[in-house]
Design a protein around this ligand. Structure first.
Ligand code: RTP
Ligand code: MG
Length: 137
């Protein structure tokens, strides 16, 4: 009844650092089911749709550039409360303060760059998940 789907992205920093397998393994180990998986280079148009809510913010342009700096891995994971569960596993946005034990806390840090390179994205609501899945898959 409460089974959900969420969109997970491994951002270009995670792919570049060869952490894709380690990140996917953590999500599976928590018990969520991998439903779809692909690696692709995201174009500006796709990213404009994905990040529409952030248009006009100071980090918007650096974010779009960063997300085009290399391939990303896109995945759909399924499970009860997977949206909330994955965001908890990912940790807070800033990898410097993300708790140890989270993906961002364990693998991320501040690199002094224009945008926070924080390894992963996860949808933040059922509505966002369905919208984002339609964009990426
Ligand atoms: P995400 O959407 O990627 O899962 O991350 P989030 O909800 O934790 O963060 P959000 O506020 O939606 O921001 C989207 C992404 O933009 C970059 N960001 N940089 N001040 C900054 O430098 C800044 N703020 C946001 C991050 O990559 C963040 O994940
Ligand atoms: Mg977000």
């Amino acid at each position: 009844m409460s089974t959900e789907r969420t969109l997970v992205l491994i951002k270009p920093d995670g792919v570049r650092r060869q952490l894709s397998g380690a990140i996917l393994a953590r999500i599976e180990a928590k018990g969520y089911v991998l439903a779809e998986l692909k690696k692709l280079s995201a174009g500006r148009e796709l990213l404009e749709q994905h990040y529409a809510e952030h248009e006009g913010k100071p980090f918007y342009e650096p974010l779009l550039e960063f997300m085009q700096s290399g391939p990303v891995v896109a995945a759909i994971f399924e499970g009860e409360r997977v949206i909330e569960g994955f965001r908890s596993l990912a940790g807070v946005t800033d990898p410097t303060t993300a708790a140890p034990g989270t993906i961002r806390g364990d693998f991320g840090r501040d690199w002094g760059l224009a945008v926070q390179q924080n390894l992963v994205h996860g949808s933040d609501s059922v509505e966002s998940a369905e919208r984002e899945i339609a964009i990426w898959f």
